[in-house]
Design a protein around this ligand. Structure first.
Ligand SMILES: [Zn+2]
Ligand SMILES: [Zn+2]
Length: 141
């Protein structure tokens, strides 16, 4: 069995997470509820949300309670963590430090960034990320 092909379950709705590359960041996105799981090494949650910019497209209406709230990587229970201003609740893994960001939390964090006057648009960082994305794309093709 190939670990890379193992199905990761969304902690929010129990749907299947799909790997997506967004601006050189690899995220695990849920196409059912629009949530996403961010690995610790991808960086600080608010920065990742700002880079990803648009949340995963949600295809279904659901109540958000069908997920088991477990880390898709480790299988242990995630705990709630409040970040940002306005405050958004994300789910954090105490083992791998990955974070699950629901669609509503994504929108809260994203609107907070919009008021930040584009301070995250560092031209050097953007160039580095674009270069990284090309490398990642090349290696995956
Ligand atoms: Zn989901
Ligand atoms: Zn974990």
């Amino acid at each position: 069995m190939n670990y890379r092909n193992a199905v990761l379950r969304c902690p929010g709705c129990g749907g299947q997470l799909e790997e997506q590359i967004r601006r050189a960041l690899r995220i695990e996105a849920c196409s059912a509820c629009g949530g996403m799981f961010i690995d610790w090494l991808d960086g600080e949650v608010r920065e990742v949300v700002n880079r990803v910019a648009t949340p995963p497209a949600a295809s279904e209406q659901h109540d958000g309670d069908a997920g088991d709230g477990a880390c898709p990587r480790c299988g242990i229970a995630l705990h709630s963590e409040s970040i940002g201003d306005p405050t958004a609740d994300i789910l954090r893994c105490g083992s791998c430090a990955g974070a699950f960001v629901s669609l509503s939390a994504f929108r809260l964090l994203r609107s907070a960034e919009d008021e930040n006057d584009g301070s995250a648009d560092d031209p050097i960082l953007t160039r580095v990320l674009d270069a990284l994305e090309r490398i990642v794309t090349f290696r995956r093709s």
